[in-house]
Ligand binder design. Structure first.
Ligand code: IPD
Ligand code: CA
Length: 268
């Protein structure tokens, strides 16, 4: 069995697990039934479904790979914690990326799971239960949505659509995000702010948008999406062009070649 065959077989099992988790989410349910709690940072909420989904995934991942630690967004729902940069292998998971959308019945959220070996993502699964789209990638073997291979766009800057996040939990970055948009908008077609960084990166991999930036994201927001982007031929890094590390929240810049370079210049 080759290395790729081993990872592909694991990807198939993880895909099934993540899709089961996503299909159990009650999309469009009345917000009063979600048991919403506040977390640190403005407008940062968690629901009973974020925690239950993470618990389900933690159990599934531990059963599949007992040697791998499980790092998830929700501290008290089956996570092991730890720094993914220094672990031999681990999962990095956001049970619901786009919780604010989920709470409002705005059907654009995802379950996002990355499996890492020696600090590198080698398997990615991002599942959008509303559209029933499962984005997957295995390092060195391409990125796919529902079995169809993905390729980033070759749209030039002047026609590009750039997704961005406003770093909503970091008000100190608001002004800087607005200044970047001000520099960027005259040079591109338009921007989108859809509310799920994991799906922004998956859609970038699929060529539905051409670039993406956000000044601060946690590793679980971008871990799976970053492998989708690189396996679809795109670029991703921190705002100075350095590789993303998993130790602390970071700025993220991604795109097809041209948009990636334009975004780096706007963020400098
Ligand atoms: C958030 C989403 C959002 C981004 C935030 C993230 P969450 O994740 O990805 O698009 O702007 O920075 O934290 O909180 O819904 O898991
Ligand atoms: Ca989340």
């Amino acid at each position: 069995m080759t290395e790729t065959d081993r990872l592909w077989a694991m990807k198939t099992k993880l895909e099934e697990l993540v899709c089961r988790a996503g299909d159990a989410l009650p999309l469009g349910r009345d917000a009063s039934q979600l048991q919403i709690q506040e977390k640190s940072g403005p407008a940062n909420y968690v629901t009973v479904f974020d925690k239950a989904t993470q618990q389900f995934l933690a159990e599934g991942c531990h059963a599949l790979a007992p040697e791998a630690l499980f790092i998830g967004e929700e501290e008290d729902a089956g996570g092991d914690g730890g720094n993914a940069d220094t672990l031999p292998c681990c999962f990095v998971v956001d049970p619901i990326d786009g919780t604010a959308n989920f709470i409002r019945g705005w059907r654009h959220s995802a379950v996002s799971l990355a499996y890492l070996e020696q600090g590198q993502a080698v398997i990615a699964v991002v599942y959008d239960p509303a559209l029933r789209e499962c984005f997957t990638a295995v390092k060195g073997a391409g990125a796919y949505v529902n079995g169809q291979q993905l390729q980033v766009s070759d749209t030039p800057c002047k026609d590009a659509v750039v997704g961005f996040g406003s770093s909503p939990y970091y008000p100190a970055l608001r002004q800087q995000s607005i200044q970047i948009l001000d520099k960027l908008l005259p040079q591109i077609g338009d921007v989108r702010r859809a509310g799920s960084a994991a799906l922004d990166l998956a859609w970038l991999a699929a060529g539905r948008m051409d670039g993406f930036f956000e000044l601060r994201l946690s590793p679980w927001d971008w871990a799976a999406g970053s492998l989708l982007v690189t396996e679809a031929g795109g670029m991703i890094s921190d705002p100075v062009g350095a590789p993303l590390g998993y130790a602390v929240p970071k700025g993220v810049v991604a795109g097809n070649d041209q948009l990636y370079r334009l975004l780096l210049s706007c963020l400098r």
